[in-house]
Design a protein around this ligand. Structure first.
Ligand SMILES: Nc1ncnc2c1ncn2[C@@H]1O[C@H](COP(=O)(O)OP(=O)(O)O)[C@@H](O)[C@H]1O
Ligand SMILES: [Mg+2]
Length: 241
């Protein structure tokens, strides 16, 4: 059973009479509980792919099955509920509410869904991301790394089957990025949600178990990382060659 399955995704944009073919038939699957990454050069279609996988943008053709549900034909309301309950999304810009505390930001998805987080879940999440001591800190007083670890705790809050992360370390320095990757690995192991991490950085992608390589809107192949950044870098360059 897959947490996420994409089949033959095609997406073009039409701008000022021109057509940009961004995705030209992308298929990939992330098994339940797995930690995968997508690497690809800038402009290869990574963010477009993530938007399609999250149901934020419809494909021209092809199919996405998320948490066992085909996205095609779901109403906007059903998509919103699925995104809130079954998938956690993290962007480069962590999108925290600056005046709310760390704890309030992490609990927000539950609040939006009209309930409280189960007892103990907030404490467990804060512990896993190393922010127990910052729980009452307003989000606008966090370091970049702390803010992004708050965002990832929030993404896990609703016990999603899969986390989608688009260049989440893009604004972090390398120690903070390494810390973020270690946190992702810890959450994946402890909570069992699958992760699809988009990054062009071999150091970051090496946190995943498997990397899919995207270029010019096509998946060129996939390889196992063995958590070795040098090997990831070499395999990535080989795939692009
Ligand atoms: N909404 C849009 N309208 C027009 N072109 C877009 C849009 N979104 C992305 N593109 C184009 O699609 C291509 C891939 O973009 P993107 O998916 O952001 O790539 P990546 O995340 O790999 O850098 C780029 O050429 C980009 O300019
Ligand atoms: Mg992008």
């Amino acid at each position: 059973m897959n947490a996420l399955q994409a089949t033959d995704l095609v997406k073009s944009f039409h701008v000022e009479g021109r057509t940009i073919d961004v995705l030209r038939g992308v298929s990939l699957a992330v098994p339940q509980g797995a930690f995968h990454a997508v690497m690809g050069p800038s402009g290869s279609g990574k963010s477009t792919l993530l938007n399609l996988l999250a149901g934020l943008l419809p494909p021209d053709s092809g199919e996405v099955v998320l948490a066992g549900r085909p996205l095609a034909g779901l109403s906007d309301r059903a998509l919103t509920l699925l995104r809130r309950r079954a998938v956690g999304i993290v962007f480069q810009d962590c999108n925290l509410i600056p005046t709310l505390t760390v704890a309030q930001n992490v609990a927000l998805p539950a609040l939006l869904d009209g309930r409280d987080l189960p007892p103990g879940r907030l404490d467990a999440l804060l512990g896993l991301v190393g922010l127990t001591h910052r729980r009452d800190q307003p989000a606008d007083r966090l370091s970049g790394g702390e803010a992004q670890r708050t965002a990832i705790a929030r993404a896990f809050a609703m016990e999603p089957g899969i986390i989608l992360a688009d260049e989440p370390t893009g604004n972090l320095d390398s120690p903070a990025a390494a810390d973020f990757c270690a946190t992702l690995t810890r959450l994946n192991r402890a909570l069992g949600a699958a992760i699809l991490l988009i990054s062009h950085d071999p150091q970051v992608a090496a946190a995943a178990d498997v990397v899919h390589v995207l270029r010019d809107g096509r998946v060129l192949g996939a390889f196992e990382t063995r958590h070795d950044p040098a090997a990831v870098s070499a395999a990535y360059l080989r795939a692009l060659a």
